[in-house]
Design a protein around this ligand. Structure first.
Ligand code: SF4
Length: 441
């Protein structure tokens, strides 16, 4: 990866962007440009969520996706979420409601201005692919009241026992065939072309292969990627509006080549302060990041020489490193399998197994659970999961808390202290074989 600094503690020189980053920026800008002019160009707009998204289907019908969680996190990164959340709370949404929802609703009430400063178009359809989060359902009920537009819902059965049965797959396929696709065709004003859909699914599989190679590059020492903080950028195209497109194929091909070049050169990943070549700690992270203080949060790790070699959050919109790929030969079945396999649709035993696998496969020194106040889908059972993974792997863990997009819950000093104590304990264990169990609260 092309970079200009290393983490030496000196003031970093400006950081050069990788080609893949530049490409991703261009893709996003083009998408928002299309959204800004969607209505005048007669393009239909579908609001939908990241886990279990049916991007290939939406685009095959000539429609454009908008992802409200992405709007919320981008608002947070631009320092706007506090105002939007306050706006939503003023209109009666309780403090306990997921802050993604409140941030989005506050944004809608404040003019629905997207990240590029242009107004986002209203939805022609709300497409709810239900993968494990009840909040999604309530969120779209509110948006349905707001926009008075049709809703298509795909109910995805929860993977309670960690297996996908033929009945579960058939149940989803039937819904797609008999209800979801006809509703989408009615909004799009055209019939679905199965060959076009299959071609898009084939492109998804190519990009998914390259993304898995990127994740697996973290087995190297030093790891050329940060699989959590850097990882949220890597998943951008494949989790949002671009899976199944030539742009996404090109992006992941380029990203993979950059990772391979970094491995060959023995280089670490970029961080907010330059490249992290000297890596003291390899961590696995469970839970979403904090977006309001994203760079500060990242620095707490990188300043200590800690690199995140794998994370579960980066599997929330598709779990490819266990082998799933979209299969163009069976378009509806493969979309069903994709939805069933998203991380938020997995039960706790499957999540523990995944974390255990990551700790072992990536030779991690520790596990960090970042528990966010907003998200029951992620937070329920996390402390139990941490204990279990520690027991199975013998690797210590820590538990830190904040929120997704509500800055009131990000206690910088508190989080930093806890992380530093944890890393000291990892160090003590490494040097002397002691240091106790988890640093948890
Ligand atoms: S509760 Fe969690 S999964 Fe559900 S909408 Fe909020 S952040 Fe997303």
């Amino acid at each position: 990866m092309s970079t200009t600094t290393t983490n030496t503690g000196e003031r970093p020189a400006p950081v050069a962007k990788d080609h893949s980053q530049i490409r991703q920026k261009r893709m996003i800008a083009k998408h928002y440009e299309e959204l800004a002019h969607a209505k005048e160009n007669g393009k239909k707009v579908v609001y939908t969520f990241v886990p279990g998204n049916l991007t290939e289907l939406i685009e095959s019908l000539g429609m454009l996706p908008v992802l409200p969680e992405i709007n919320a996190l981008q608002s947070a990164m631009r320092g706007r979420s506090a105002g939007y959340i306050a706006e939503a709370e003023k209109s009666g949404h309780s403090e306990d409601v997921c802050t993604y929802v409140k941030c989005d609703l506050g944004m809608v009430k404040s003019g629905n201005i997207g990240p590029t400063g242009e107004k986002l178009p209203e939805p022609d359809l709300l497409l709810l692919s239900y993968t494990g989060c009840f909040t999604f359902l309530k969120w779209f009920e509110i948006l349905r009241e707001e926009y008075k537009c049709p809703v298509a819902m795909l109910h995805v059965p929860y993977q309670q026992d960690g297996v996908v049965t033929p009945e579960m797959r058939d149940y989803i396929v039937r819904q797609l065939r008999d209800d979801v696709i006809p509703k989408m065709e009615a909004v799009a004003g055209r019939k679905l072309d199965m060959d076009d859909l299959a071609a898009r699914l084939g492109k998804s599989a190519i990009a998914e292969d390259d993304l898995v190679a990127v994740w697996e590059s973290a087995r190297n020492k030093p790891s050329p990627i940060d699989g959590y903080f850097g990882g949220v950028y890597y998943i951008g195209p494949i989790f949002t509006a671009f899976r199944g497109t030539d742009d996404a194929v090109a992006y992941y091909r380029e990203l993979r080549a950059e990772c391979e070049a970094a491995v060959a050169a023995g280089e670490g990943p970029m961080t907010p302060d330059g490249r992290l070549d000297k890596q003291k700690y390899r961590l696995v992270v469970e839970g979403p990041p904090n977006w309001t203080s994203f760079r500060d949060f990242w620095r707490m790790f990188s300043n200590e020489g800690a690199v995140c070699v794998a994370s579960t959050y980066t599997r929330v919109g598709g779990l490819y490193d266990l082998g799933f790929r979209h299969d163009p030969r069976y378009p509806l079945e493969t979309m069903a399998d994709y939805c069933l396999g998203c991380y938020t649709n997995l039960g706790l035993p499957s999540r523990v197994e995944l974390l255990e696998k990551y700790v072992k496969d990536y030779d991690a020194d520790g596990i960090v659970v970042h528990s966010v106040k907003s998200c029951n889908s992620f937070s329920a059972g996390q402390l139990l999961m941490l204990r279990e993974v520690e027991k199975r792997t013998g690797v210590p863990g820590t538990f830190i808390e904040s929120d997704l997009v509500d800055p009131r819950y990000f206690g910088k000093a508190n989080i930093e202290n806890r992380l530093q104590s944890f890393l000291q304990m990892v160090e003590a264990r490494r040097n002397h074989g002691y240091g106790g169990a988890a640093v948890a609260v």
